[in-house]
Design a binder for this molecule. Structure first.
Ligand code: AMP
Ligand code: GLY
Length: 421
């Protein structure tokens, strides 16, 4: 079969890698990156353009289209494909609003009776109410843009002054344009974070292996939030009982509410949880594979990925999902200046040697080729250096060995990914 993977990051490289391990699967990536070019055909496309994606899928006679990033999902790319009878993995715009509108997501959580942080939703006409609501919170303030803000729209702060500034900056449109003109304000929770990704077929859901990512740029969880600086799987904290509870009390209730509202959710539902002293609480839903969580989940997958995604897209999950016992760790190499203003165009040396190490895969995230064929940085997160091993510690040691072979001017990476094990 021929599978079209939409996107160009490390997540899409990992998906393409996993799909090519299925029998008789040929992968086309659009637009892909220099890493996917080694195992698939890359074709340029504007992934926000629904008809361009449909034309491409038709043109290459794709049997399945896997939409990686949230933006095309929120824009209805999966709907456009399904409208033309093309099998698509990824929710339609209606379901993708779980990520596209945090206010709507909170409403769905309430309807489903899923535990979440105490919160309020405010727009520019209710700034005074927003500021007053902040005053009722116990001391850790969280302010979020309603709309997509590339992972940068969340402020978590102990300073009410900073929280107030965020509210004003968001509601005025100054900081994130229309995405911030509605805000969700919530009480800050504390506890370890856990991502549970479930593959859904509209009715049923199957949990993937748990993964944990490292959101802050600096060691010891310091500095600004990023898209994720590393991840590992399995997560000792995520016992089968925890996963079972998150599926039953979170994901399945949410799917039931979506169904009741006429939403046929086929794709990944990514539950971002915090394990608080009062039990697990849902911080967010994403409507796609996590990045870089996907990069540690796919290498551990022991069933057939193309079959699983095809079944979900067809509304008929039945594959028995199995996992390798090996652990997997990924360390993100980010560009100088990331996350505020990443510098691009720096030459990257050593990727081939690193990837030749045992049990090591280097997924490309933000790379491109210069005119003379050199590998150069082309985004904030540049590479996901990934390794497996019998234990988290061994996988981690291999991943860091491989990182030490790679150089790129100004590169940043965390030294404490998965270091607790
Ligand atoms: P979100 O995009 O909603 O997941 O927020 C991004 C990150 O902000 C989360 O992964 C948490 O680290 C943090 N965060 C979000 N909501 C809260 C909350 N209510 N309390 C504490 N931290 C939060
Ligand atoms: N790593 C967090 C995310 O994909 O949203």
């Amino acid at each position: 079969m021929r599978v079209l993977v939409i996107g160009s990051g490390g997540r899409e490289h990992a998906l393409a890698w996993g799909l090519t391990r299925s029998n008789d699967v040929e992968v086309v990536c659009a637009p892909g990156n220099p890493g996917t070019a080694d195992l698939a055909t890359n074709i340029a496309v504007d992934i926000r353009d629904r008809s361009a994606v449909v034309d491409l899928a038709r043109g290459i006679d794709a049997d399945l289209v896997v939409v990686g990033p949230e933006e095309p999902l929120v824009l209805g790319v999966a709907d456009a494909l399904r409208d033309k009878g093309i099998l698509a993995f990824g929710p339609g715009a209606d379901g993708a609003a779980l990520e596209g509108s945090k206010a709507w997501m909170k409403e769905v959580l309430e309807d489903a009776g899923v535990a979440t942080a105490r919160h309020g939703t405010f727009d520019a006409t209710s700034e005074a109410g927003a500021l007053a609501f902040l005053g009722t919170l116990p001391g850790l303030y969280v302010v979020k843009t309603d709309g997509l803000a590339g992972g940068k729209g969340v402020v978590v702060t102990e300073s009410i002054a900073e929280a107030r500034d965020a509210v004003r900056g968001y509601l005025s449109g100054e900081r994130f344009g229309d995405a911030g003109r509605t805000v969700v304000i919530e009480e800050g929770l504390s506890g370890p974070e856990l991502s549970i990704l479930a593959v859904c077929d509209g009715h049923d859901a199957v949990a993937l292996a748990p993964a944990q990512d490292f959101k802050r740029i600096g060691d010891g969880d310091t500095g600004p939030n990023t898209g994720g600086m590393g991840a590992y799987s399995p997560v000792p904290l995520a016992t089968p009982a925890v996963v079972h509870d998150v599926m039953r009390d979170g994901v399945e209730r949410t799917l039931a509410v979506l169904r009741r509202r006429g939403i046929d959710y086929r794709g990944v539902l990514y539950a971002g949880m915090m394990l608080t002293v009062d039990g697990p609480k849902m911080l967010e839903y994403n409507v796609r594979f996590g990045d870089p969580e996907c990069q540690v989940i796919v290498p551990r997958f022991a069933s057939d990925l193309a079959t699983l995604l095809t079944e979900a897209a067809s509304g008929a999950l039945k594959t028995d999902v199995r996992w390798r016992d090996d652990a997997c760790v990924t360390v993100v190499i980010a560009a100088d200046g990331y996350p505020a203003s990443p510098r691009t165009g720096d030459e990257i040396i050593g990727v081939e040697a690193a990837a030749a190490r045992p049990e090591t895969i280097v997924f490309h995230a933000g790379t491109s080729r210069s005119l003379d064929g050199r590998l150069i940085s082309a985004g904030g997160r540049v590479l996901d250096v990934t390794a497996t091993g019998p234990t988290i510690a061994e996988a981690r040691a291999r991943a860091y060995d491989a990182v030490s072979m790679i150089s790129c001017a100004g590169m940043q990476f965390r030294r404490d990914v998965a270091s607790a094990w």
